[in-house]
Write a protein that binds this ligand. Structure first.
Ligand code: ADP
Ligand code: ADP
Ligand code: ZN
Length: 221
């Protein structure tokens, strides 16, 4: 299965993508996580992307497309993948289609997790992430077993710089302007599947599986 996850910041894409990856055995490719790893370094690429990520702006398309292209051609993507946070612009979506068409393996589905702006802001303001393994928590809805410590690896939980409220509002605006047009793009292709992301993590997961189980059984998807 080759999947794309769409939805505003805070919709729950990363949370559901981790479950999808585990259940269906396909790698979770988060461009946001990839950029945060790149920013831990001090090379030319890190210098190029830092200001965009810190301001909550989109990294230029050509940089992102190159990184994703290399990633989806690695051997672990042979049975598919789930893209979380990519594509985010029409040119990125077109570039992805071109890459996949050349390989003869089109997108199986684009899952759109929709949430209200209030839901998104409430989730992001209390999101915490593991510095070491990038696992995602929420202080109220998905708290770690011991405060400030990652259940999975024992790493330290921190708030992302771009989860501060001013940056969050800006990121939501960027989403509306640059990413929302992708809904029409995938709807026209007949692969858009909408899921109400305002429900609890477990309820959303039930709905996601209801959409993906039949696709997982289809040999061509
Ligand atoms: P995205 O990748 O779309 O930005 P995340 O998966 O990081 O979203 O989720 C944002 C925050 O909301 C995290 O703190 C996560 O634990 C929490 N969260 C995710 N899904 C839900 C949900 N259905 N209900 C409540 N909180 C959620
Ligand atoms: P979110 O919580 O909004 O889902 P992400 O972790 O996906 O955030 O992305 C964090 C930041 O990384 C974005 O604000 C942007 O600067 C950069 N980024 C991630 N994916 C892309 C992309 N596909 N195109 C451009 N920039 C991206
Ligand atoms: Zn961790």
């Amino acid at each position: 299965m080759r999947l794309v996850l769409l939805g505003p910041p805070g919709a729950g894409k990363g949370t559901q993508a981790a479950r999808i990856s585990a259940k269906y055995g396909i790698p979770h490719i988060s461009t946001g996580d990839m950029f945060r790893e790149i920013l831990k370094r001090d090379d030319e690429l890190a210098r190029k992307v830092r200001r965009y990520v810190e301001a909550g702006d989109l990294v230029p398309d050509e940089i992102v497309v190159e990184i994703v292209k290399e990633r989806i051609h690695r051997p672990d993507c042979g049975r598919g993948f789930i893209l979380d946070g990519f594509p985010r612009t029409i040119p990125q979506a077109e570039a992805l289609d071109e890459i996949l068409e050349a390989d003869g393996t089109p997108i199986s589905a684009a899952l759109y997790l929709w949430v209200t702006e209030d839901t998104a802001v409430m989730r992001l303001s209390r999101r915490r992430v593991c510095e070491s393994c990038q696992a995602v928590y929420h202080l109220d809805f998905n708290p770690p077993r011991s405060p400030g410590v990652c259940d999975r690896c024992g790493g330290k939980l921190v708030q992302r710089e771009d989860d501060r409220e001013e940056v969050v509002r800006h990121r939501i605006r960027v989403y509306r302007e640059q990413t929302e047009p992708l809904l029409g793009y995938y709807r026209e292709k007949g692969v858009l599947r909408e899921i109400d992301g305002n429900k609890s993590i477990e309820q959303v997961w039930e709905d996601v599986q209801r959409v993906l189980d039949p696709l997982a059984e289809c040999g061509d998807c």
